[in-house]
Design a binder for this molecule. Sequence first.
Ligand code: SIN
Length: 279
Amino acid sequence: MTELSLTPFSPGCGVTVDNVQLAALDDAQLQALRAAFAEHGVLFFREQALSPEQHLGFAKRFGELVINKFFQPVDGYPAIAEVRKEKAQKTNIGGGWHTDHSYDEIPAMGSILVARQLPSSGGDTHFANLYAAYDGLSPGLQKTLKTLRAVHSNKHLYGADGYYAGTDIAGQLGGHDSVGDATHPMVIIHPESGRHTLYVNPGHTLGIEGWTMEESKALLDYLCQHVAQPQYTCEFNWQPGSVVFWDNRATWHYAQNDYHGESRLMHRVTLAGSRLAAA
Ligand code: SIN
């Protein structure tokens, strides 16, 4: 067995994992990766060269897969979603802070993104550490947040009248009839680490249960600017062979859209999670 090497990626967000080939993970390495995933929320890997089969095989070592209802699947691989932007397109998928599938009753545990085609520069992905951001709030606000639930949705993005319908990537997104909402506690107990983490995100969280839209917006805006501060975030520059595995219960991410005139193609596999428990 080769022992994994873990190096903090930035002072407050993520860890780089070396000394591992994800296509040939032994059981001890799998256990070490599980522990790192629960502790750090986002794992960065380089020089992996995973085939689609190996991508799926790696994901299945961690649990069941969920199929994204809106993204196009990769030909012949229904469980791999394409995150694609073509040369002529101006809009990208996931261009604002969000976490995947928070609009589901049982939200996704994690996502594994593999770089397939990269622009000559740009197209980085930013991540935020929600454990650290929660710990950075005052005890008074933490206590209040623990009493609240928030509504998450995908209608405003993927519905027939949603944001993407009016963009130049409308044709590559489907599932308009599969949109829906879910409510979740605003502070959850992370199912693996047992830590408390803030569970709201700018992309999908529309409001706070029992509050007006105006009241909700004021608190959600405050929380969103708090999480997006540099001490809780990091920026990952993709290279051929890069793979990122993030925890959707403990991080946010967004894809920087700064490479107009070039293409970018990523393959994403999403892992099923469990019902979220209030802290
Ligand atoms: C996503 O939002 O899942 C995709 C992120 C990326 O393309 O970097």
